[in-house]
Design a binder for this molecule. Structure first.
Ligand SMILES: Nc1nc2c(ncn2[C@@H]2O[C@H](COP(=O)(O)OP(=O)(O)OP(=O)(O)O)[C@@H](O)[C@H]2O)c(=O)[nH]1
Ligand SMILES: C=C(OP(=O)(O)O)C(=O)O
Length: 222
């Protein structure tokens, strides 16, 4: 049984969080963190994202889609289920496959894809977004830059139909997913791709793994 809600819609979500191999992750942070640091930084972002997601009252469980052994170990230790990155066809294929696995186990379950690079994520802001998403068959939240997507949600019996990647806001809107309101949910929108994004996330306040991983890092413009 899912946890009882004190407020909100009462819908309990399964989150699917994709994470590529740490050695290849966060390439756009190369001017901020060197090759030796980026894998640890990508893992710290994912750990803070998963920990906040698991602490969210609207979240039943979290599946991380990854083939990275170290990330899988660390995120399973936080309480996430780890799903293999199949069919090796990139981000959207992996998300569609993982969402189908979730649905096979619970056909009427609500499923949402969430980026793994949200180190400032606040559980109550995530609950606000998921409660809003529960009003629609499919819904999404644009990222802080206004061009991408940080969350795509599909209600009971709805296919997720993920179209993540550069410029995904327009694609998700064109797919019929409802764009959710953006007030008061900055921490769910603040993905970290660049040094400027990292600065913005630090200003919001990041989780403890990201705080430790960025201590002593010279971030451009900071
Ligand atoms: N499982 C899985 N996750 C992926 C894949 N490609 C990207 N992701 C994840 O999807 C989210 C957005 O990915 P990207 O922006 O393409 O990659 P990134 O590592 O965040 O950043 P860049 O290397 O700078 O592009 C991140 O959480 C990634 O880890 C994939 O092929 N499989
Ligand atoms: C995958 C995405 O994120 P980004 O490329 O910003 O990491 C997206 O916005 O769909």
């Amino acid at each position: 049984m899912g946890r009882q809600r004190r407020d909100g819609t009462g819908v309990q979500w399964t989150l699917v969080i994709p994470l590529k191999a740490l050695a290849r992750a966060k390439s756009r942070l190369a001017d901020t963190a060197d090759d030796g640091m980026r894998p640890g930084l990508a893992l710290a972002f994912a750990q803070d994202t998963v920990a906040a997601a698991l602490a969210c009252a609207a979240v039943r469980d979290v599946s991380v889609v990854t083939d990275d052994a170290r990330a899988g170990r660390e995120l399973a230790a936080l309480g996430a289920r780890v799903v293999p990155d199949e069919p090796a066809g990139g981000l959207n294929a992996a998300l569609a496959h993982a969402a189908a696995l979730v649905r096979a186990a619970r056909p009427a379950g609500a499923v949402a894809a969430l980026n793994a690079d949200l180190p400032a994520l606040r559980p109550y802001e995530l609950a606000r977004v998921l409660d809003a998403a529960a009003e629609f068959p499919r819904a999404f939240l644009p990222d802080a830059a206004g061009v991408g997507t940080t969350l795509l949600a599909a209600g009971p019996h709805q296919e997720l139909r993920p179209a993540f990647g550069t410029g995904s806001r327009v694609r998700h809107r064109a797919s019929g997913a409802v764009e959710l309101g953006q007030d008061g949910v900055d921490s769910v929108r603040q993905d970290v791709d660049t040094g400027a994004d990292l600065r913005a996330a630090l200003a919001l306040g990041v989780g403890p793994r990201t705080a430790a991983a960025t201590a002593g890092l010279l971030i451009p413009g900071q």
